[in-house]
Design a binder for this molecule. Structure first.
Ligand code: ZN
Length: 756
């Protein structure tokens, strides 16, 4: 009877944990789209999607007639709402990307929803330009349509207290230049304020609040009031490490601003690619973006904006919980919790040694053994991706396959095989108490390491370790087996609630190409669940075998499903990357590809790996190249407007003409002591000038350089433009071969050297 009851308790606790895991997944999934006939003061994805269909109708990079049309559409829509939109012109200049200074003439659209008694501006921002080969329906039609629909809903209700300034930026993809120009010189931004930026790096998934300004506690508390908060303080830390940038960055660089940055990031195969079209957009993701944006705009619209525009004394630790709740606690608690977890695991070891036959020696062995599944998971996840690329080489150019879910589940199955296999094999030798101690011990150690290096991520290891260890001590002190099972379940529940969302969010964030990261968090979850395994898994060898076998079966079936679901098709093609580079002075030309290992289609153009950055500074590192016919394309030219020597300085004023329609003109020179582009000063380090100007018109742009008196100015000029498909020798792509979503895809470079 007791046996029976305790088995029922075990089953009940497993069921509760399973339900909790499902709820934790649901907590980070986007909500159902709201229909177009919803009340006027609500955000409707169906209504917002009407904007997406216009914005994403054609490829519209900065400086193109298509971008002009999108801008005019935004102006018309704002006009129709009764706002008074303004198109502001200026020159943006950023130096964030690889040491090259990048400038662009920009036209931002700005409109203000006037507050009743404003305490400071809230800037709501999204960019209206697309990437070079992309329709930009998601990136950033999602952000633009979210702002338009939110503004409409706000105007349908009582006016907010604070001014809400809508900023639709230009040239984000080129150089973040619209945002930079606004932060640098728009009078509305002169006194700083709160910036909310809205992006999409893919076509689906939850809208994640992934970046904050430093000292984020007060703003995170505001964000916690939105209906579907999805964000983790770990993401903020990870994003600070990654080289990615959005329009948010120039505001952080400028200083005086606080803010939040949100994007949906799954479905990254469409990111910057020709497939980023309205039909690929997941409306649930748009609804998620919109529901949260509208709620946040209303909350901040009525808050004390002046106080929130000042950084808080600390960063928050925060993460999503089931039921639309955002857990948050102040950053100063990170270290005490990490240390407490370590102490609790120590107490667990002590109690284990006192209460069981497991002595200190065996506990130490358990600790050493628990490193095994962590290492095996990291190695296994990387091998898993190599296997996928070996079977389908096109994945090598992707962050994630078009349909990654089968592969994600397969990888989770592999992690489960590793953790359960490790437990089943070592349980007989070392005993479950030693393995439990080892597993929780590594979580506690990791909690301390993370507290030192990425404090926002410490909770992921420290909280499960703390809860698991306390539960373990309680279980050891209890004599009733049902009580022990319940205690262990409570400890495991904390681990599930904390770790499941981050596993779900990390897959799209880093992609299967870097699947080791989510896999490692899954392995940590597995380790935190070791006490449950120890409690629930019968000792019989067969039971262990069945469990490991079941995990393996899930992995194999999911892998098969992944491949079956994800063949390359005309709609979801294999991405390829091809460029063309010609030296106009010598007439020598070549095909260039940045692919790691050229696809069959790309291989007909390129055959050797070389470095060409000396002649074509825009192309960094080793690339694949092959001979090409010279094309009848002009290089950019510079003409002297003024040449003055005063003292030991010679200052040249040049106009640089693109001579054809280009994405940008780049100018590279040595021996330069100072430079300005369109009147903006460019940083020159060690005499090296490297500057690009995005989409100059026929009238060109002004470049002023200073060199030592009596010396020549030698400049390398490159024009990077379109027209790859009409070059001599180009072979059209087969139906299932597509264009990779990158800023250099289909780029046609023509270079020349000039001396003045
Ligand atoms: Zn974008």
């Amino acid at each position: 009877m007791i046996q029976h009851r305790s088995r029922a308790t075990t089953l009940a606790s497993l069921l509760v944990l399973l339900v909790l895991a499902v709820l934790s997944v649901l907590a980070v999934l986007p909500p159902t789209p709201v229909a177009a006939d919803a009340p006027a003061d609500e955000f409707s994805a169906d209504r917002a999607f009407e904007h997406v269909e216009v914005i994403g109708a054609e490829v519209h990079p900065h400086g193109t007639p298509a971008a002009d049309r999108v801008r005019e559409y935004i102006v018309d829509e704002l006009d129709a709402m009764g706002l008074d939109p303004e198109v502001t012109e200026g020159t943006g200049l950023t130096g964030r990307l690889g040491g090259r200074a990048q400038a662009a003439g920009v036209q931002n659209v700005v409109a203000t929803v006037e507050g009743t008694d404003s305490t400071g501006p809230i800037f709501l921002m999204a960019h209206y330009d697309s990437a070079e080969v992309s329709h930009g329906a998601n990136d950033d039609g999602a952000g633009v349509s979210t702002l338009l629909e939110s503004a409409r809903a706000i105007l349908a209700a009582d006016a907010p207290r604070n001014d809400l300034v809508l900023v639709f930026t230009d040239a984000e993809e080129a150089c973040l230049c619209g945002a930079e120009a606004f932060a640098d010189s728009d009078p509305r931004a002169a006194d700083g304020g709160i910036v909310l930026n809205f992006e999409a790096r893919g076509s689906s998934g939850p809208a994640v609040m992934f970046e904050t300004s430093p000292g984020n506690a007060d703003l995170v508390a505001q964000y916690a009031t939105v209906p579907y908060p999805v964000g983790s303080s770990l993401a903020v830390e990870v994003y600070r490490i990654l080289p990615n940038d959005t329009d948010f960055s120039p505001f952080l660089d400028a200083g005086g601003f606080t803010g939040l940055n949100a994007a949906y990031i799954d479905g990254s195969a469409a990111y910057h690619a020709p497939q980023d079209q309205p039909e690929t957009m997941n409306l649930a993701s748009l609804q998620h973006h919109g529901s949260n944006t509208l709620a946040l705009a209303r909350a901040l619209g009525d808050a004390d904006a002046a106080a929130l525009a000042t950084p808080s004394a600390h960063d928050s630790t925060y993460f999503p919980l089931p039921g639309g709740v955002l857990a948050q606690y102040p950053g100063w608690l990170v270290w005490p919790l990490a240390v407490l977890a370590l102490v609790a695991v120590g107490a667990l070891g002590f109690t284990t040694a006192r209460r069981t036959e497991t002595g200190p020696g065996r506990l130490a062995l358990g600790f050493g053994a628990a490193l095994l599944p962590i290492v095996l998971t990291a190695v296994g996840a990387q091998l898993f991706w190599m296997l996928l690329v070996a079977i389908r080489p096109g994945y090598g150019e992707m962050l994630d396959p078009w349909h990654p879910w089968g592969f994600r589940i397969a990888l989770l199955g592999l992690v489960a095989v590793i953790v359960t296999g490790w437990f089943v094999l070592l349980r007989r030798r070392l005993g479950a108490p030693a393995l439990t101690f080892g597993a929780l011990g590594w979580l506690a150690v990791l909690g301390v390491v993370l507290a030192a290096f990425t404090p926002g991520g410490s909770y992921l290891a420290a909280l499960p370790a703390l809860a698991g260890a306390v539960a373990g001590v309680v279980a050891l002190l209890l004599t009733d087996s049902r009580g022990r099972t319940a205690a262990v379940a409570v400890g495991a529940a904390v681990a599930i609630v904390v770790l499941v969302p981050v596993v779900v969010l990390f897959f799209p964030a880093l992609g299967l190409a870097t699947g080791a990261a989510p896999a490692l968090f899954a392995a940590l979850l597995g380790l935190a669940l070791v006490p449950v395994l120890a409690d629930a898994l019968p000792l019989a060898r067969r039971a262990g075998g069945v469990l490991v076998g079941a995990c393996g079966a899930v992995a194999v079936v999911a892998l098969g499903a992944g491949f079956a679901l994800d063949g390359f098709t005309a709609e979801k093609p294999e991405p390829t990357q091809l460029m063309y580079a010609m030296d106009a002075d010598t007439g020598e030309a070549m095909w260039v590809s940045g692919e790691g290992s050229p696809s069959p289609w790309t291989s007909q153009f390129v055959d050797e790996q070389t470095e060409i950055s000396e002649d074509f500074p825009a192309v960094h590192g080793e690339v694949w190249t092959g001979p090409a016919e010279a094309a009848d394309l002009p290089a950019p030219t510079a003409e002297i407007v003024a040449d003055e020597t005063s003292g030991d300085e010679r200052t040249l004023t040049l106009t640089v003409f693109p001579e054809r329609t280009v994405r940008y003109v780049e100018a590279v020179a040595e021996n330069v002591t100072a430079a300005t582009i369109e009147g903006r000063e460019v940083a020159v380090a060690d005499g090296h000038l490297d500057i690009s100007y995005a989409a100059p018109g026929d009238e060109g742009f002004e470049l002023v350089v200073t060199v030592p008196a009596g010396e020549a100015f030698d400049v390398r000029l490159l024009g990077g433009g379109e027209g790859l498909e009409s070059l001599p020798g180009f072979e059209p792509r087969p139906e299932t071969v597509g264009v990779k979503g990158s800023h250099t895809s289909e780029l046609v470079l023509v270079a020349t050297s000039q001396t003045f």
